[in-house]
Design a protein. Structure first.
Length: 170
């Protein structure tokens, strides 16, 4: 049996039978929210995912674009799963605290973990080398994603107050 409890539904890598969900309800909710992926996770119970479905996605770089993307990502998770988001944030905070006590061990550990996950997914980039600084920044970006009132996505600025309360500002 495959353990799917740690999987996150993503619209680009999910297979499901449309007869198993309320399509009309999904479409109506889709028109009122930002994240099709998180919404799909609310509607689909039995998800089939595969490493073969992982595709490289080009995203804009630079500090501002990265900040916008990460705060949007955290906002999505917080809107649909606030407890889980706060639990993940607590884990990152714990890693930072432990890292102050044993910085070399934590830096090597998170870097090795990132390297292993990149290899498991067949990703051939050296950005796994930034795992330690990313672990330090993750709690800050997590809090920003939770408290920040707006984010930019696809060239437009959004305000997302509630799961189904989205306003396009620009």
């Amino acid at each position: 049996m495959v353990d799917r409890t740690s999987w996150v539904t993503w619209g680009g890598g999910v297979t499901f039978d449309r007869r198993d969900i309320d399509i009309e309800g999904y479409i109506a909710d889709l028109r009122r929210t930002i994240s099709d992926d998180a919404l799909l996770a609310e509607y689909v119970d039995d998800v089939v995912a595969s490493r073969e479905l992982v595709n490289e996605v080009r995203v804009p770089g630079g500090p501002r674009a990265t900040y916008e993307r990460l705060t949007r990502f955290v906002t999505i998770f917080y809107r649909f799963a606030p407890r889980r988001t706060l639990a993940i944030l607590a884990v990152f905070l714990a890693v930072v605290v432990i890292g102050t006590l044993a910085p070399l061990a934590v830096a090597v550990g998170v870097t090795a973990l990132a390297y292993d996950r990149y290899r498991a997914l067949g990703v051939d980039r050296r950005t796994w080398l930034f795992a330690a600084p990313a672990a330090v920044l993750a709690p800050l970006l997590g809090v920003a994603g939770i408290v920040r009132p707006t984010f930019v996505w696809g060239g437009r600025r959004y305000r997302w107050e509630e799961t189904f309360d989205v306003t396009i500002l620009e």
